[in-house]
Design a protein around this ligand. Sequence first.
Ligand code: FAD
Ligand code: NAP
Length: 862
Amino acid sequence: MEQTHVDAVIVGAGFAGLYATHRLRNVQGLSVQCFEAASGPGGVWYWNRYPGARCDFESIHYSYTFDEDLQREWRWSERYAAQPEILAYLEHVADRFDLRRSYRFNTRITSVAWDDDNAHWVVGADDGTVITARFFINAAGAFSVSKRNDFPGQDDFRGTVLHTSRWPAEGVDLAGKRVAVIGTGSTGIQVIQTIAGQVAELTVFQRTANFACPLGNRPLTDEEFGQAVAEYPRLREESRTCLAGAPYPRAVRPALMDAPEERSKVYDQYYNGGGFRMLASTYFDLIFNPVANETAAEYIRERIRERVQDPEVAELLCPTDHPYGTKRATFESNYYETFNLPHVRLVDARTTPIARITENGIATMAGQYEFDVIVLATGFDVGGAGLTQMGVAGRGGRKLTDHWGHGQRAYLGMATHGFPNLFHINGPQSAAALFNNPVAIEDSVDFVGNIITYLDTHGHTTTEATGAAEDRYNELVREVADVTLFPKATTWYMGDNIPGKPRTPLSLFTGAPMYRTICAEVEATGYAGFSVDGDDRPLPNTIKLDGSAVFFLAGMMNMGAKPLEECSLEETRAAMESFKLMQLPVPPDVSITDTTYPIQGGERTARLYRPPVDGPLPVVVFIHGGGWIGGSLDSFDEPCATLAKRAGVLVVSPDYRLAPEHPFPAAVDDTLAVLRWAAEHIAEHGGDPARIAVGGESAGANLAAVAALRARDEGGPRLLAQILVTPPTDPLADNESRRTFARGPIITAELGARMTALYLGDPVHVTSPLVAPARAQDLSGLPPALVITMEVDPLRDEAEDYARALSQAGVPTVCRRFDGLFHTAFSLSAAIPRATEIQEAIRAFLAPLLSAEAATATATVG
Ligand code: FAD
Ligand code: NAP
């Protein structure tokens, strides 16, 4: 080794380390020193040489994208390459980009300590080397520490014990041997199906049955390869916009929307097609809706029962203790048929756990088995174990193991508070569990490369995650996990496979596009959530959102939904209607009927929602949202029915005229018209005309506020309350929330301006109080108001300003802000469980105002 100080030390020569070396050294011109414990490059593909090892994303996707020529020249032989071919590919990459010269192989990093005074890392290796570096790049891999010593007596065994991740390079002759395989995860399945034909006896110890679906491997034809090469730029670009980081068809429907026969056809198509499509391309709700999930789970169990002849064995192979997809998806090629072979037996290691390894084999609670070879396919201490084994100590000598005492965490999966200039590639809490790894790795390395460039070009020395960003990101990762079914399984995704490891989600379960969006936002905002030379940058907006909101937005991205501001009018309306799929079922005991109300020159529909409550009911005329240009009675069925049920009120929802076909003041006139109709006719429908409130959401809340003004000024009707959920109150408002959330989520400045322009028709109306109630001269005498705002909403501040103005004018006003939620959360009750909190806030506000006694009192005073 020539240098004793470099810009960056890189540990690992897998996909991550090799690309990091190329990017930092060849592209950015930094000095690097790289270390690898193995004798050559390859990472997991160097170590995991067990029979049957291969990738389960197609090789044309499970490979680098950064160099177009590399993509064209490397001819994959199979759809899913086997380990030797992937290893050869990575060796080729190392040579092609001249990476080996930066590596010290056969060298293990054993100490990593931050030197505060000199602002660099001091890195020690097992050969005595000590080197200092400004940056430490952890490319040590999430699967580099294997779980090898689970069973007492392992050393007593007279035969051979092999862990799959340390399979001898020269291979092992298993012919004629009695072989045990412990473990039926991705690795165990690949080993079992591959060696079954070679061995004399095969005994599989299964603790948890897995949902294995066909891999669909076969030779890659010239035509397929040629097509992939021709389409590479598109395929790679698309990969980055798809859930799993590979360009698979997008799941755009919920499972229960299809009839059972239709669903079976969809499952047939993707099960038989092979690979991750069964999870990624069938139905979008499989990973969060247990009923939807069970349809896929049962489908897979049926296939297992068809394929395994002995019904008892088949049942044992059928997973029943976790939802499909909540343990890492596994894939197989004739795995199930293996259990039809006479020399293959399955041992249930759950009901009869392995007690110990003996001299001759394995002792379970139920009996003894004799073997020549025991294969441990027991997995890995997944996540940051490779790094913690290096004994990392950060600022002030703080140990990483202490910092991670309650669970491994890293801001964006890349940076850790208190550990400056240390970057993880695909670290804990990155999105890597659901993101085709080479692509995820490239993104992560590029992010790190960019932040180093940023530091250098701005004359900065150090950066790390702020404590606040790491904490909030960690919470977000947990909140997202809690929206999904992942925590329902015992899985390495949650750290469960290592006794004593704190249970924590090791990945952000949103899929690739949302993760990439967050990272892009962090970059675009000058590294939000990072501390740069001690200057703490604020949190990025997206991670302020509640996990359910992030998961919803991620779902939209995974479906390939266009941002609303890029949609045509028709597309915008269709998108708004599709939000209905994100609502809870309408409460069945709320009766829903349509009637009509008159408007000038015609009539419109009003939909009535009546809860199962006797007596003349208080009435809420509720105006749906949709930016004055969209939304419908149908799209607000659930919020209106839920409001009716929860608050015990008769809800009247008018189908008012929409812009641009009917610009201002059509909607304003219609909402006043429906209020007047209610005052005159609602008794015929079981409502109490003396107890009417008006309310609305978004544009509907704007119309409700305007209707309250007009009812005051234009002769009634008398209203007892106004409920304004996220109201726009002044198109020309200029305030912090408009600036902070100008890029959304959901409503962007551009979209808001477009909707307003369509609504106004003639821009001259923009300052009219009937468009901008905040501009009304006088707000006194208006009914008591509940103003509900969302923290992450460009319209937040104008709504809160309006609430303050109402209050100052003497209007009893309650303003309630919902932290972590975005515009439209109210009408997304299935996606955003906290929508019920909004409903509850409305109920609590209305209850005293709309009680029979209050109405009498108001009438007396009035
Ligand atoms: P690794 O490939 O693990 O490389 C890390 C390297 O760091 C190792 O070589 C290790 O020796 C070295 N190292 C660790 N600690 C030290 C130290 N202290 N000093 C020196 N060197 C050290 N992902 C997918 O997306 N699709 C797949 O199909 C897929 N198949 C997989 C199959 C197997 C068998 C396994 C185990 C994992 C698979 N993965 C798959 C996940 C896989 O980890 C990634 O795809 C990818 O290979 C990770 O690359 P990496 O460079 O981050 O880590
Ligand atoms: P794994 O998924 O963690 O599976 C380990 C298996 O060993 C499980 O069946 C586990 O049972 C069992 N096991 C562990 N300890 C045991 C014990 N003490 N007694 C009995 N059984 C025990 O590990 P893996 O199969 O090596 O896969 C790890 C990850 O590597 C995969 O999830 C995947 O990400 C990647 N991988 C991918 C491929 C591919 O196809 N591309 C191949 C291999 C690996 P329980 O489930 O009950 O804990």
